[in-house]
Design a protein around this ligand. Structure first.
Ligand SMILES: Nc1ncnc2c1ncn2[C@@H]1O[C@H](COP(=O)(O)OP(=O)(O)OP(=O)(O)O)[C@@H](O)[C@H]1O
Length: 691
C-alpha cells in the first residue's frame, strides 16, 4: 500500500512529541483529559503509534460508531460532556460570494459574473475522536470550508448543500451551541492574567447554577491540561511592544482553553500553528490531538505542517480550487497521488508534497489546474470516496433532539446584571493595572486647571469680568468637551476585536458591555471636573460659595457626559479612532459656535435653530454663567468712561441669559443629550458587532 513512500509520519520511535508514553488512554474516569497526559516539555517519552491513532483506528477498521446519544451523556448542567459523540458530515456544499461589478463594467455593460464560486460541491465526513487537518494552497478555500461547517463568519456568502450533525441538519445557533471555534488571531484584554481570562469566560459561559468553586476547579483543570498552570498569574500582555506577557504558544493554548470551558464535542480551529515556532506549534497540535482522543470531533486548517506535526492528524482533507482533492488518512492519500502520477519522493514531507502538487503556480495556471483536476477525478472515482458518500447517506438522524434537551440559552446565559458586573470588574482591573491612563487624565485635569487659573488669575467683578469670566467658563466647557471625546474615541475601537469575539461566543450582549463602560466612566465624569475646578475655581476668583463651586463641577460633569456619549457614538459608528478623530471637529463645530458665547443666543440663524437645542455647550454655559452672575455686583471703575454692566443681570442679559434661572433643567438637558448619544452609540455598536 505504501510502496515508494517512506513514511516520515510513521516513525514514532524517532519522534519527540512531548507526550508521556502512558499505558492508559490518558482519560480520567469522567472522560476528561487527565492533566498528567499532556506535558509542556517536548522531550519526554516516545510516542506509541497505537495510542496516537486511538479511536480513529476504529473508524479505519470500519467499525461503526454508536450515534445514539443518551440522556446520561449530558452533564448535570444540561450541557454536553465529552462523551457526546459528534459526526459531522457535509454533502454537495457550494459556497459563493457575490461580486459587485465595477463602475467601468457597469458602463460597458459587460457580462462579467456577479458571483464567484469558492466551494464547488464538496462532501466529507469527520467522526468522533478524529482530528482532521484541512490543507491546501493559499486561496484554495480552506478557511471558507471551515467557516461554513462551523456556521461562522459566512454572512456575506451564499451557501447551499447539506451540513449535518449526527445525520441531522442543524440551525446555525444550535451548531454554535455544541461547537467551539478557535480563531486564528487570538485577542485578549492584555491587563488580565491567564487565570482571570479563563474565569471571565467561565463566569459568563457556564451555567449560573454552578458554584464559583466548581467554576474555579474547572478553570484550574483546563489550565493544568493545557500546561498553563505555571503562568496562570502572569498578565496576558501583548504579543509585541512594551507590555510583553505570555508567549505565543501560551496565547494559542489560552485561546483553545477559553473554548474548552463548555466542553464542546465539536471543535473548529483556524490555523492553530500560525505565528508559532516549530516547537510551540508541535506542542499545541499535540495537545489538540489529545483532545480528539477524548472523543471530540476536531477540524483545523493548517498551511504547511512540519512532518512531526503532520503525523498527529488522523485524517487530512486536501482542498484545491474549491474542491476536495482527497479526504482520508495520509497513507492512502499518498497512494492516491502516486496512482494519479504524482508520487512523493522518499525524503519529502508528505504535507509539502500534497500542497505543492495542488498549488496553482502563477504563469502555468492551466497546467496546474489540469493536474489538480486529474487528482480530484482520481479521488472521486476511488473506492474510499464512494464508501464515504455511502456512510454520509447512511448516518441515522434520530439522535440529535436529545442532544439539545435542556440546552436552552436561558439556562446557560447569566443575567444582564451578572454580565454587567463581570464586564465592570474587568474594566476596573484594566483601569487599575493600566495606571498610566488614569494618571494621564488626572495630570491633564490639574495642568488645565493651573493654566486656566494662571491665565484668568484674580479676575475681579469689574467691567472686564463679562469678557474674562465668561471666557474662562466657556473655555472650560470646550476643554471638557474635547478631552472627553478624544479619550472615548480611542477606547471602543481598541476593545472592539475582543468584544466582537466574546459577543459572537454568546458570552454577553452589547447592552451589558455598554452599561459597564458607562458605569466605569462615572468616577472620571465627576472626579476630573472636581480636580480641575479645585485648582482653578478660587484662583480665577469665581463666586466664593460652596454652591457656586459644586454647580460648576456638576455642570462640567454634565458637559463631559454629553461629550463622552458623542465620543462613544463616533467610535462605534466608524469603528476606527482615526476616522472618529477626523470627524470630531466638523461635527462639534455647529454645537460649539452656537453655544451662546461666540454668537448671541438670539442671533442664531433659523436653519441652526434646532441645533441650538442639542448644543451641550449652550446648556453647560448657561448653567455656569447663571450661577456666577446671578446677584453679582459689578464695579464701575473711574478710568472707564462708560459702565456697561452695573450688575450680574446686565452681564447675563448681554448673553441673552436670565438671572436666577434654575440649574436643573439645563442639567436634565445635558443628561438627555448624553443619553441620546449613548443610545446611538449602542445601536451602532450592535450593528458593527453583528456584521
Ligand atoms: N467573502 C468573500 N468574498 C469574495 N471572495 C472571497 C470571500 N471569502 C473568500 N473569498 C475568496 O475565496 C477564495 C478562498 O478563500 P479562503 O480564505 O477560504 O482560502 P484559504 O485556502 O483559507 O487561503 P489562505 O490559506 O491564504 O488563508 C479566495 O480566492 C478568496 O479571495
Amino acid at each position: 500500500m505504501t510502496e515508494g513512500y517512506e513514511p516520515i509520519v510513521n516513525q514514532p520511535e524517532e519522534e519527540d512529541v512531548g507526550i508521556e508514553n502512558t499505558e492508559d488512554d490518558g482519560l480520567a474516569e469522567n472522560g476528561s483529559i487527565r492533566n498528567d497526559v499532556v506535558r509542556e516539555s517536548g522531550c519526554s517519552g516516545d510516542l506509541d503509534e497505537t495510542e496516537l491513532l486511538g479511536s480513529s483506528a476504529e473508524v479505519e477498521n470500519g467499525k461503526s460508531h454508536d450515534f445514539e446519544i443518551k440522556m446520561e451523556e449530558l452533564d448535570t448542567e444540561g450541557r454536553f460532556n465529552i462523551f457526546s459523540k459528534i459526526t459531522l458530515s457535509w454533502k454537495d456544499v457550494f459556497v459563493s460570494a457575490s461580486v459587485a461589478p465595477s463602475l467601468l463594467d457597469r458602463c460597458k455593460k459587460t457580462d462579467k459574473p456577479t458571483s464567484t464560486e469558492i466551494l464547488k460541491g464538496v462532501s466529507g465526513l469527520v467522526e468522533p475522536g478524529q482530528f482532521v487537518a484541512i490543507m491546501g494552497a493559499s486561496g484554495a478555500g480552506k478557511t471558507t470550508l471551515l467557516n461554513t461547517l462551523a456556521s461562522r463568519n459566512s454572512k456575506k456568502l451564499s451557501v447551499s448543500g447539506t451540513i449535518k450533525i449526527n445525520g441531522k441538519e442543524m440551525s446555525q445557533s444550535k451548531t454554535k451551541l455544541i461547537s467551539a471555534y478557535v480563531q486564528q488571531d487570538d485577542c485578549f484584554i492584555e491587563t488580565l492574567t491567564v487565570k482571570e481570562v479563563m474565569m471571565f469566560h467561565a463566569n459568563l459561559r457556564m451555567d449560573q447554577n454552578i458554584s464559583p468553586k466548581q467554576k474555579q476547579k474547572k478553570v484550574e483543570d483546563i489550565l493544568g491540561t493545557l500546561g498553563l498552570t505555571k503562568v496562570q498569574d502572569t498578565l496576558v500582555g501583548l504579543p509585541s511592544g512594551k507590555r510583553r506577557g505570555i508567549s505565543g504558544g501560551e496565547r494559542k493554548r489560552l485561546s483553545v482553553g477559553t473554548e474548552l470551558i463548555m466542553d464542546p464535542p465539536l471543535l473548529f480551529i483556524d490555523e492553530p500553528t500560525s505565528g508559532l515556532d516549530s516547537f510551540m506549534a508541535e506542542n499545541v497540535v499535540t495537545f489538540i490531538s489529545q483532545l480528539a482522543k477524548a472523543n471530540r470531533t476536531i477540524l483545523c486548517t493548517i498551511h504547511q505542517p512540519a512532518s512531526e506535526i503532520f503525523q498527529l492528524f488522523d485524517r487530512i482533507c486536501l482542498v484545491s480550487e474549491g474542491e476536495i482533492a482527497y479526504m482520508g488518512d495520509t497513507t492512502s492519500g499518498l497512494d492516491l497521488f502516486k496512482a494519479a502520477g504524482y508520487p512523493c519522493k522518499s525524503n519529502f514531507n508528505p504535507a509539502d508534497h500534497f500542497v505543492f502538487t495542488l498549488a496553482v503556480r502563477p504563469g502555468s495556471e492551466e497546467s496546474c489546474k489540469d493536474r489538480c483536476q486529474q487528482i480530484i477525478e482520481h479521488y472521486k472515482s476511488s473506492a474510499s470516496y464512494t464508501a464515504m458518500v455511502e456512510k454520509i447517506n447512511s448516518i441515522s438522524d434520530d439522535a440529535p433532539e436529545v442532544l439539545f434537551k435542556n440546552l436552552s440559552k436561558k439556562q446557560i446565559q447569566p443575567s444582564i446584571c451578572s454580565q454587567v458586573a463581570e464586564n465592570f470588574k474587568r474594566s476596573l482591573k484594566n483601569i487599575v493595572r493600566n495606571p498610566a491612563y488614569s494618571k494621564a487624565r488626572i495630570m491633564q485635569s490639574i495642568v488645565i486647571g493651573l493654566l486656566m487659573g494662571l491665565t484668568f488669575l484674580n479676575t475681579k467683578n469689574d467691567q472686564r469680568a463679562a469678557q474674562n469670566k465668561s471666557g474662562a467658563l466657556f473655555n472650560l466647557v470646550v476643554y471638557f468637551t474635547f478631552s472627553s471625546i478624544a479619550t472615548q474615541t480611542m477606547s471602543i475601537p481598541q476593545e472592539l476585536p475582543v468584544v466582537k469575539r466574546e459577543y459572537q461566543n454568546g458570552m454577553y450582549s452589547t447592552l451589558p458591555y455598554f452599561l459597564s463602560k458607562v458605569i466605569s466612566e462615572i468616577p472620571y465624569l465627576f472626579g476630573l471636573p472636581f480636580l480641575t475646578m479645585s485648582v482653578c475655581y478660587f484662583m480665577i476668583g469665581f463666586k466664593k460659595t460652596f454652591v457656586g463651586f459644586i454647580t460648576n463641577v456638576i455642570a462640567y460633569a454634565g458637559v463631559s457626559w454629553a461629550a463622552t456619549g458623542l465620543g462613544w457614538f463616533l467610535a462605534a459608528w466608524t469603528g476606527d479612532s482615526a476616522i472618529a478623530g477626523a470627524l470630531m471637529a466638523p461635527i462639534i463645530m455647529p454645537f460649539f459656535l452656537i453655544g451662546g458665547f461666540y454668537q448671541n443666543d438670539e442671533s442664531t440663524p433659523v436653519f441652526f435653530e434646532p441645533v441650538k437645542y442639542i448644543s451641550w455647550f449652550r446648556y453647560g454655559f448657561s448653567m455656569i454663567m447663571t450661577s456666577e452672575f446671578t446677584d453679582a455686583q459689578i464695579s464701575c471703575e473711574s478710568e472707564i468712561n462708560q459702565c456697561d454692566f452695573l450688575n450680574g443681570t446686565d452681564v447675563l442679559a448681554r448673553f441673552a441669559l436670565n438671572p436666577g434661572e434654575i440649574w436643573w433643567p439645563n442639567m436634565i438637558a445635558l443628561l438627555m443629550i448624553g443619553g441620546f448619544f449613548c443610545l446611538f452609540a449602542w445601536t451602532c455598536l450592535l450593528c458593527r458587532i453583528r456584521r
